[in-house]
Design a protein around this ligand. Structure first.
Ligand SMILES: *Cc1c(COP(=O)(O)O)cnc(C)c1O
Length: 404
């Protein structure tokens, strides 16, 4: 490591709250699937900022939209109208088939906004007695880091010593429709769930699960809230992961790739009157729906479709998954994925996934461990067949070694 690399890392450690433990690489440039460190080494990005950079680093058309808008108007607040918000609404509604849109910034804010909205809907439309609304969530969920959200996490690291937490949440196992049927009461307003649990290690539910979930929610007048912040916008090979089972959520949450990694932009989308219960003054955000965010998001959605990234995610995801399955290595317990949302789960005795990620860095691949034994793989959706094959060679070289 050169002096400058050590300096960046040491300075971060000296001044920063240590709420992350980054891999020892200092990045200074990105283009498409590639990133470069301060010493000029090139890496294939197999994390894509947790799927926020799905369109590839510094996509030129999103960049141009951002720069153009930044020259014109960046922030008005919602005290006034701006000439980008209506266009953003129109385009995201057309793309996703939604009827109402609430723009926010971070993913966690979209989740919080959905929780507020479904509770309000529960009291004002469904007729739940005030203060009694229940929301059902799944074990091993990940919906962000705000106090409201970590309060219904089941991960001791995520919630430990942050309480007391808000009541009104009930936890059931993921992928178990019978558990949902049992948990629903007359006061249940929503079921909040990820189509595929990303942070839990790319956990895919059994086929048919979401069809049953949809039926149960409809039968009991419970809002199905799908957190597609990670799975949405092409990551799994379809625009929305719900399409793999041909269902429609009542409320869909988007974030991350909604800006192609340029700017925090998130949105709550609803198919019905859930968002209609919000009246002026009852919810808001200074930056939510600002013209810069809207211009960036419009470009991010446009390139996703125009450049065929969703179809490419399906095609290259299948190639990547096949290639990973073909690797004969004692270290691998399971390979799973849908589209370009992939994971390699290691045998516990193979050692920590972190060691494998550090070794992959030495081969020019940046990937991220999750939950000790799982390597998650989520490259930008613009990856080519040659680049997939290039990555597979390197995964094979590392996974056949033992880092225990
Ligand atoms: C990343 C993520 C969030 C939180 O998004 P932030 O922008 O980090 O607040 C919520 N839900 C899911 C499924 C995510 O992957």
């Amino acid at each position: 490591m050169s002096a400058s690399v050590i300096d960046f890392i040491a300075t971060e450690a000296r001044f920063g709250a240590r709420n992350y433990e980054p891999i020892g690489v200092v990045l200074s440039r990105g283009e498409g699937v590639w990133v470069w460190d301060t010493e000029g080494n090139r890496y294939l990005d197999c994390l894509s900022a947790y799927s926020a950079v799905s369109q590839g680093h510094c996509h030129p058309k999103i960049l141009a939209a951002m720069v153009e808008q930044a020259h014109r108007l960046t922030l008005t607040s919602r005290a006034f109208h701006n000439d980008q918000l209506a266009l953003f609404y129109e385009e995201i509604a057309a793309l996703t088939g939604s009827h109402k849109v609430l723009p926010m910034n971070s993913g966690a804010e979209a989740v919080e906004s959905a929780i507020k909205s479904v509770r309000k809907w529960g009291y004002e439309v469904k007729g739940v007695p005030d203060g009694q609304a229940e929301i059902i969530v799944c074990a091993n969920n990940f919906h962000g880091r705000t106090l409201g959200v970590v309060g219904f996490s089941t991960d001791p690291e995520t919630r430990g010593h942050f309480g007391p937490f808000a009541p009104g949440f009930k936890v059931i196992p993921f992928g178990d429709a019978a558990a949902l049927a049992e948990a629903i009461t007359p006061n249940t307003v929503a079921f909040l769930v990820e189509p595929i649990q990303g942070e839990a290690g790319v956990v895919i539910p059994p086929a048919g699960y979401f069809t049953e979930v949809r039926e149960l929610c409809t039968a009991n007048n419970v809002m199905l809230v799908l957190d597609e912040i990670q799975t949405g916008l092409g990551r799994t090979g379809k625009l929305l992961a719900e399409q793999h089972e041909g269902i429609e959520a009542d409320v869909t949450l988007l974030g991350k790739a909604l800006s192609g990694g340029f700017y925090p932009v998130s949105a709550v989308l609803s198919n019905n009157d859930v968002l209609g219960t919000l009246r002026p003054g009852q919810h808001g955000s200074t930056f939510g729906g600002n013209p810069l965010a809207c211009a960036v998001a419009r470009a991010a959605m446009r390139v996703l479709v125009e450049e065929g990234m969703i179809e490419n995610a399906a095609r290259q995801g299948a190639r990547f998954l096949e290639g990973l399955k073909d690797i004969r290595a004692n270290t691998i317990r399971e390979v799973r994925g849908r589209g370009l949302m992939l994971a390699v789960e290691l045998h516990p005795e193979a050692g920590l996934a972190r060691r494998y990620c550090e070794a992959l860095q030495g081969k020019g691949i940046l990937a991220k461990d999750t939950h000790e034994h799982t390597i998650r793989i989520a490259p930008p959706l613009v990856i080519t067949s040659d680049q997939v094959d290039w990555a597979l060679e390197r995964f094979a070289a590392i996974l056949t070694q033992d880092f225990s």
